[in-house]
Design a protein around this ligand. Sequence first.
Ligand code: NAD
Length: 295
Amino acid sequence: KGKAKKAAKLATKEIKRAAVLGAGIMGGGIAYQSAYKGVPVVMKDIRQDALDLGMNEASKIMGKLVDRGRMDHKKMAKVLSSITPTLLDEGVKGVDIVVEAVVENPDVKGKVLAQMESIVDTDTILVSNTSTISIDRLAKNLKDPSRFCGMHFFNPVHKMPLVEVIRGEKTSEETVAAVVAYATRMGKTAIVVNDCPGFLVNRVLFPYLAGFAGMVDEGVDFAGIDKVMERQFGWPMGPAYLSDVVGIDTADHCTVVMADGFPSRMPRDTSSAIAKLAAAERYGQKNGKGFYNYG
Ligand code: NAD
């Protein structure tokens, strides 16, 4: 009876305050969306310039809404004031959920998650926005994996409706319920998926991108492939442009994780077009140069 009571309490654990680790493309977007939907958020990064960029992005998104008459200045100020940027780990104390959105590297994520677990309250939920890394693999870094799962948003966060909630082997049902409720509160459609590298969407997407990179390696013009995929095949963007939007470094890390996870299905090609661009520090839109150049 006691257990059920505890479970019921956890199942209705409302997320009233959140923290996001990483203020990059995804962390900044998640922080904005949470604040916009009324859940105040602490945004933590290791670089001040990343925090500044995260705040600027939120201002830009809302500036457009204000210009179109869909938001007033008062609401914009309120949203901005409910995002608290910080460089300090201690800044995340007292939150109900921590969303990890740092670089797609299992070792870095493992360290960051373990460090967070040692700081936050024992009933704080930890989630990872990893694109591809298995949740059970990340959970090995934690003392209590029952409070941990994947919460995978898509880019750009304020526009993309889907959130994959990834249930690890040891994730409790209460944790899943609370994370689904938080995603819904953020205006998103949550789907609960089982754990594997890439989950649902990226198990489909990365073999596609590997196929594209293989054609580029064979000498096919990347812009030509984009044109066909966009204009004739009807997709909103082609694979080269999509890789620039995702971030070439992130796409490269994800390709490695997927190739290791599905060796018989995905090539582990360290000299592919995407790997070459990453090595040349052409990271896509985030640093102004990837497959394409951005002014
Ligand atoms: P990004 O390079 O834009 O941002 C990463 C941020 O993390 C940087 O600002 C960096 O300074 C910060 N960081 C690094 N170590 C940190 C630490 N120890 N503590 C706090 N901050 C730290 O990357 P991104 O595109 O936002 O990706 C972040 C995560 O989201 C990755 O796991 C990625 O796979 C995932 N993701 C990315 C996309 C996408 O389209 N870019 C989509 C879904 C999920």
